[in-house]
Design a protein around this ligand. Structure first.
Ligand code: NAG
Ligand code: NAG
Ligand code: NAG
Length: 332
């Protein structure tokens, strides 16, 4: 969830007497992904995967077949230049400052690093003084900006340093968004908190959030006692279909939604940020807080007509009309 929308949600959830005027406070400080993305042909990055599974990817759990697959696999990067390595796998690094409150979020390309010993891509929120006016953070998004429905899996480890928000999400705009967020200040803390402070657990929301249905499409599912997101890698996943969104962690159900499901194509983003807002990310962190990504697998359909035509041609030409069966999970 975008920080400006978080403000909106807090009002919605906790200020029962909220007046209509408050809702207008949420600014629409949107960004220019498109200008960056237009430097690439959106289908080139995914075409490499077409050969092996020329006719698509079957997801047994939802019984759906999707045409495209984008991976993020740092262990197979083919360039030491991170922007090049990421773009070859279909990803783009964000560099922009998001106006936020009380502090701005400064998406900083150098806050992304490949760690060769863990073979993980690390997204860092820079630690430092709480008097900073903007907090260096990190974000990547898919070059493919026309993703519509699919199965999205993120094998990551979050930081135990408090004060950051790690987001794994689909985004078109603030009214078309599917979020998994882990707030490092609110992972396990069972101390009773003031109203409006997020409950401990994985924060799940499907937007649009409106005044009347915010509670229905935002929930916090506590991490069960057997697992700690800051220790080891876990697979966070959502399956997005026309009929609904299902969340799973390590293959276990973590909630589902059937109402207000986005029906518009967009991008997948991964980020790690702080804006110092006590009602969401908290922080900013005093020490570096790092999200480590071991792998990402996105199976999806697209509304990009060029990509669809390329896929159709490749499937038609393939000697063996292979639809690959996608394994349930590769977490651990
Ligand atoms: C994805 O696209 C394929 C090929 O057009 C189609 O057969 C399939 O039903 C689509 N899946 C969804 C969930 O829309
Ligand atoms: C847990 O929450 C309490 C109350 O907000 C806070 O004072 C404390 O620092 C938190 N503990 C951790 C480990 O974040
Ligand atoms: C996010 O940033 C924080 C602060 O730098 C870090 O501790 C944490 O590990 C990061 N999370 C991820 C998933 O990289």
């Amino acid at each position: 969830m975008r920080p400006e929308f978080r403000i909106f949600l807090c009002f919605t959830l906790f200020i029962v007497t909220a007046q209509a005027s408050l809702f207008k406070l949420a600014p629409k400080a949107r960004r220019a992904y498109q200008t960056l993305q237009s430097r690439y042909t959106s289908y080139s990055a995914v075409s490499a995967n077409l050969a092996k599974c020329a006719c698509g990817y079957y997801i047994p759990e939802t019984k759906q077949t999707f045409t495209h697959h984008v991976v993020l696999n740092p262990s197979t990067f083919t360039s030491s230049d991170l922007a090049t390595a990421l773009s070859r796998q279909g990803w783009i690094i964000s560099g922009w400052e998001q106006t936020s409150s009380p502090k701005n979020i400064l998406y900083t390309p150098s806050n992304l690093k490949y760690n060769p010993s863990s073979k993980a891509l690390e997204l860092t929120v820079s630690g430092g003084s709480s008097s900073r006016s903007s907090i260096p953070s990190a974000e990547i998004s898919t070059i493919m900006s026309k993703i519509l429905y699919g199965s999205f899996r993120f094998n990551v480890k979050v930081s135990s340093v408090a004060g950051a928000c790690s987001g794994l999400f689909f985004y078109k705009d603030d009214n078309h968004e599917i979020d998994i967020e882990i707030l490092t200040s609110h992972i396990h803390n069972t101390t009773t908190q003031k109203d409006g402070i997020p409950k401990p657990g994985v924060q799940l929301s499907v937007q649009p959030l409106t005044e009347t249905q915010a509670l229905k499409n935002y929930k916090v599912v506590p991490f069960d006692g057997n697992f700690d997101p800051t220790k080891g890698y876990h697979e966070y996943r959502f399956d997005w279909l026309k009929s609904g969104v299902k969340y799973t962690v390590d293959g276990n159900a973590y909630g589902s939604y059937t109402r207000f499901i986005p029906k518009t194509a967009g991008s997948i983003l991964i980020n790690n940020w702080s804006n110092g807002d006590p009602y969401w990310s908290a922080g900013p962190p005093t020490k570096d807080s790092t999200l480590s990504i071991r792998s990402v697998d996105l199976y999806f359909n697209t509304t990009d007509t060029t990509a669809i035509a390329t896929w159709k041609a490749a499937c038609k030409k393939a000697a063996y009309k292979k639809v690959c069966n996608v394994p349930k999970s590769k977490s651990g």
